[in-house]
Design a protein around this ligand. Sequence first.
Ligand code: AMP
Length: 468
Amino acid sequence: MEAKESCGVVGIISSEPVAVKLFYSMRTLQHRGQESAGMAVFQDGVSCVKGMGLVHEIFKKDDLQKLGGRAGIGHIRYSTSGESALHNAQPVVVSTAYGDIALGHNGDIVNADVLRKELHQKGWAFITTSDSEIIVRLLANAISESGDVVGALKSVMRMLVGSYSLVILVNGEVYAVRDPYGVRPLCIGRLPKGFIACSESVAVEILDGTFLRDVAPGEIIRLGKTGIKSYRGAGSRNPAHCMFEWVYFSRPDSVLQGRNVFRVRGNIGEILAKECPVDADMVFPIPDSGRAFAIGYSTESGIQFREGLIKNRYVERTFIMPEQEEREASVMLKLNPLKYLVKGKRVIVVDDSIVRGTTMRKIVQMLKSSGAKKVHLRIGCPPIIAPCYFGIDMKTRDQFIAAEKNLKGIAKKLAADSVGYVSIDGLVKAIGLPRKSLCLGCLTGEYPMAVPGEKQREQRSLNGFAKY
Ligand code: AMP
């Protein structure tokens, strides 16, 4: 399976060295990826360090303090069941006559295979199979021809179909680029001595910066020490922001498109309580992903909120483990019920989403064997029925528990007394953006742009972007 690129990116320019700042912001974005991380800084050329593991395992602050560059980018890569290897780590760096170019990418390029094939035919050789290498090579080629970075970015944007939030380091300058649909997040902030572009606003806050705004879909931003400059790279009439960023992926204290993630999750919980009420003694979350939803559910229903499951915070993500058995065992390692609390009680368990159902099935089993009288499941994401092609690791259709089952069938499979999902309308209302500006592809099977073999929300050709 090809690796999916759901990741975190950051770019900083400052009048001071940026390595330590990159380190802190990358640690802040760690939830966006735990497989590998890398940073590239510019000082008479690009120096790049990458490694496998968590940010603080790869970089030592003392070493970073010695790095002098005043412009740099960082990348955190998500672990998937795809190939997990250092050569997939980013930033990707290429040398050109114009200088070194480093790039960090969050997203998935849907036409990567087509582009790779075309370029192969022209005699280009590629070192990796990653989308990001294609982008940086196209860019390097275009910059070498014209010497104009913004013009080169515009021409590359016209070739790419898919999701991409990019940070690019070229000749000591940092650029931030967001695809015309704005699928994955990207924002900019002012730092005490410079500027930052990053996946989520929380990374601006921890550097004592001021959030400025989201990068607009199709926008190119050049960060300078004293200001930022915006260029229109490609136009977008209908953005397609990924709903899953609010539901699961982003940190609760981030603000995406003006909508705080924790608040959206709370709204979803309230709507869920209205849409799927049930009589029970207590409501509790699957920590930590379900917490904000459960608080909302409790507030709206008046059913008391409790913490009924205790989490071992030192156990890594179970979602990405390749074997079903291993995943199930890890759920037990990770979560354990408070038996005295749940014994003899009717409980509502709230989580953000069900994908394969592994986590939920195991939790219901644990709660029942701890003596819970009834276990009702309430889910803050409508049923996931279709794959994601734009950067979230959502498996193939046959793995989704919701793909062909009705609610009773799903409850039976999970051995729960009932299951309720928030509706798509409810989710859209909770986010507070117009439905047409969200990507709901994994919920509807209709995608904002052409994916081979899939339905499209609207027909838009690449040529459409060129006139902007
Ligand atoms: P599953 O056991 O396959 O149903 O996994 C569902 C749980 O994994 C959800 O409750 C989320 O907390 C988490 N999750 C959902 N999607 C992803 C993803 N793409 N990557 C990592 N974790 C995820």
